[in-house]
Design a protein around this ligand. Structure first.
Ligand code: SF4
Length: 432
């Protein structure tokens, strides 16, 4: 029985108990969320040694880091180092989005390299395999695609991004609307190329029941990926994106009826003014299914700093109701991230997630900030460093940019406001 089926019958799984303990909530709260579909706990029944993580309403906002083999320079060791870096930086999940090389080996290594939930996008492997075998991914047979989905599920993948809602009618609408960047989703663009070339409907939509059968067999959480993801602000919230979201809403309902946990993947590139509307629309059309947004970046001009642009969008999206933030690294739109950029991307996404949890008034979220504020007032530098979201970065700056001759820091030196306030207002520095 899947976790969703168990929850619907009033049962509480060990995963629900584990998530409840981590979130300091009751197991019944988590069960109700899973039963309603507003919380998912991605955990394949074949997955060994992992820490179940809850995503969705009433839980802390989660972040995900993506790694994978790309092009001729990709190698498994480098990507495993990125996984370790992302986990150390506090990611809640990893996605292996390999598109080339030994994808099976990469997935298996990834599953043992982290205790976090692991997600994949099987269409990538289907594309790579078909291109290798026939010279073109356009020759992919539907059976090959489902063979890959089953193989990845049998290996223990906890959640899968699948473009099941990218229908021919949404593609036609995108063509009519004259998008600036028609398609930017890697998997979506290959899938749509296949659909147009072969003049066939999306097999993941046409055979959705088969997708659900595999997902139910291994209790894989389906992440409905958005092939119509806008690739620039100018295309945000257009008809093609909304049309796909309407279809995703139907697919969410069918997944739940089949006992399969489901979340919905989202943009991408969204202007600040449309963030709330985008999340509200998704939550309404997809009946509160957790929203897994990619950033989103709020301006197209931040190349080199897209992790900051994404953190702005991620914070507001999560405040509006998105439960899961896919990180964006400083290398986004330019190249593959190195380990340092992976670290920066995870930290930026975590700041966004925490800022949203504070704004939502999530129980306990403010405690962390309060503790750091007290340490700051007390000029307790070690405690400030320990409590910082990235202690290593804080410590490095303190060591290299400090002025040991003053109690404060090198910023105001002997005119440290904390010192002055303590001296003249009698609010002696307090120890936390
Ligand atoms: S010197 Fe200025 S910046 Fe540094 S701790 Fe004191 S008040 Fe803060």
């Amino acid at each position: 029985m899947t976790q969703l089926s168990t929850a619907l019958k009033g049962g509480i799984t060990p995963e629900m108990e584990y998530v409840a303990a981590r979130e300091k909530l009751t197991a019944e709260f988590v069960r109700q969320g899973v039963a309603a579909g507003t919380i998912v706990i991605p955990r394949n029944i074949r997955r060994q040694n992992m820490s179940p993580t809850g995503i969705g309403k009433g839980l802390k906002t989660k972040v995900s880091a993506s790694v994978g083999l790309y092009g001729s320079k990709g190698n498994i060791e480098t990507e495993l180092a990125k996984i370790r870096t992302a986990v150390e930086a506090g990611t809640d999940s990893i996605m292996d989005l390999s598109v080339s090389g030994d994808i099976d080996a990469m997935r298996k290594e990834s599953l043992t390299a982290t205790m976090t939930p692991l997600g994949t996008l099987p269409y990538y492997q289907a594309v790579a395999q078909t291109a290798q075998k026939y010279g073109s991914s356009l020759k992919m047979e539907v059976e090959q695609l489902f063979e890959v989905i089953e193989r990845e599920a049998a290996d223990g993948v906890d959640f899968m991004a699948l473009h099941c809602g990218t229908t021919m009618s949404a593609v036609e609408r995108a063509k009519q609307e004259g998008r600036l960047d028609p398609l930017v989703s890697y998997g979506g663009s290959h899938l749509i190329g296949w659909m147009l070339h072969n003049r066939r409907e999306n097999p993941l939509y046409e055979h959705y029941d088969r997708v659900l059968d595999i997902a139910r067999k291994y209790d894989v959480t389906v992440s409905l990926a958005d092939g119509m993801r806008p690739g620039c602000l100018a295309d945000s919230l257009d008809g093609a994106q909304v049309q796909e979201m309407v279809v995703m809403g139907e697919l969410v309902r069918r997944a739940r009826e089949a006992g399969v946990q489901v979340m919905v993947k989202g943009p991408g590139h969204v202007p600040l003014s449309q963030l709330k509307a985008t999340v509200t629309l998704q939550q309404s059309l997809c009946q509160g299914a957790p929203y897994f947004v990619f950033g989103p970046v709020v301006t197209d001009i931040a190349a080199g700093y897209d992790h900051i642009s994404a953190a702005i969008g991620g914070a507001i999206s999560a405040w509006a109701g998105a439960g899961f933030l896919c990180y964006v690294t400083p290398a986004e739109h330019i190249g593959l991230p190195d380990v340092d950029q992976v670290h920066e991307g995870v930290v930026a996404a975590r700041i966004a997630a925490h800022a949203a949890d504070l704004a939502k008034g999530l129980p306990g979220a403010a405690k962390w900030d309060l503790a750091l504020s007290r340490a700051r007032k007390a000029l307790d530098w070690q405690k400030q460093i320990d409590l910082a979201i990235d202690p290593g970065r804080a410590e490095k700056i303190k060591k290299t940019r400090s002025d040991d001759s003053v109690a404060g820091c090198a910023m105001c030196g002997k005119y440290c406001a904390m010192e002055i306030v303590a001296k003249y207002l009698g609010t002696a520095r307090v120890s936390c």
